[in-house]
Design a protein around this ligand. Structure first.
Ligand SMILES: [Mg+2]
Length: 308
């Protein structure tokens, strides 16, 4: 199984127009219109051994499960409304351990105006890992249209928030893949003003190399511009690979990737978070990396694609 191929089949299966469906499969959230109101929904799990290590405190697991989804809500520049939790427990998991995961979802939900309102608990078979799957419901901010992945045009500039790479590295604030803050408020501010409103936006979960082609089929990313995190530099010292390769390929950045017209004025910082221009959308050539003035490389082969 390759994730991208499976996603393409699912998108084609669900492509038929459904009444009230405004944003179908293929964006960070689906959007429906129900009784005249727009509702966004997304679902994403965290799986022990894949998205967190065995022994990770339950509260951090629950918080991550919801924050991954809040990052998808941010990617649409929407307002979180409520969440549901489906918890699959390994046999032998204690009530207290399970409750810590629920508490992590609940507390994070309160902090983001996204209360936990329901869900389900089940126990898996022997050897089953803990899985916490959160469904998030959201709505457009009043007076602010959601931002979709489609909409980038040749000539648009490409930006990212924060710094990229090394999300698994332990840092003073904790490993980024657990400690990240979903960019809900930053996205609202960006989308609220014509001067800054992105033409297209998504969040970075699988790494820039995997995610950028989902935003723009053709683009050039300038490596010297990339905001490489301290954690990516630390990872590079251990791996012997360039820090920029970690920034492009590691995944779980949960930062925003967006395009905007060169006529707009994107600030260097918003809501206390740096914003960096990393390249441009182009007319052709696929997605490429400009390593220096004379070297352009295809971006294929970097980044994280789920396979089985
Ligand atoms: Mg996403």
């Amino acid at each position: 199984m390759r994730e991208n191929a499976l996603l393409a089949r699912i998108a084609s299966l669900c492509a038929a127009a459904q009444p009230g469906l405004i944003v179908p499969v293929g964006d960070d959230c689906a959007m429906l219109e129900l009784s005249g109101r727009r509702l966004l929904a997304a679902v994403d799990p965290v799986i022990e051994g894949v998205h967190f290590a065995k022994g990770t405190p339950g509260r951090l697991v629950g918080a991550k499960a919801l924050k991954r989804n809040l990052s998808d809500v941010a990617a649409m520049a929407a307002r979180p409304a409520a969440c549901l939790l489906q918890l699959t427990l390994p046999p032998g998991c204690s009530e207290d351990e399970a409750f810590e995961v629920v508490r992590g979802v609940h507390e994070t939900g309160l902090a983001f105006g996204c209360p936990l309102v329901g869900g389900d608990v089940s126990v898996g078979p022997a050897g089953c890992p803990l899985v916490a799957s959160v469904t998030v419901l959201a709505e457009p901010w009043p007076g602010v249209e959601v931002v979709r992945r489609t909409g980038a045009s040749p000539g648009d500039h490409v930006f990212v928030t924060g710094a990229l790479g090394g999300s698994l590295e332990e840092t003073p604030g904790g490993a980024h893949h657990l400690a990240f803050v979903p960019r809900v408020e930053l996205a609202r501010m960006l989308a609220s003003s014509a001067q800054t409103r992105p033409t297209a936006m998504m969040d970075l979960s699988d790494g820039l190399a995997q995610d950028l082609p989902r935003l723009a089929a053709h683009a050039v990313i300038e490596i010297p511009r990339l905001p490489v995190s301290q954690a990516a530099k630390k990872a590079a010292q251990k791996s012997g690979r360039s820090a920029w390769k970690h920034a492009v390929g590691d995944g779980e950045d949960y930062e925003l990737l967006f395009a905007a017209s060169p006529l707009q004025s994107i600030p260097h910082e918003l809501a206390g978070v740096p914003i960096t221009r990393i390249g441009s959308v182009t007319c052709g050539g696929g997605v490429r990396l400009m390593v220096d003035e004379s070297t352009l490389l295809p971006m294929d082969g970097l980044g994280w694609e789920h396979r089985s």
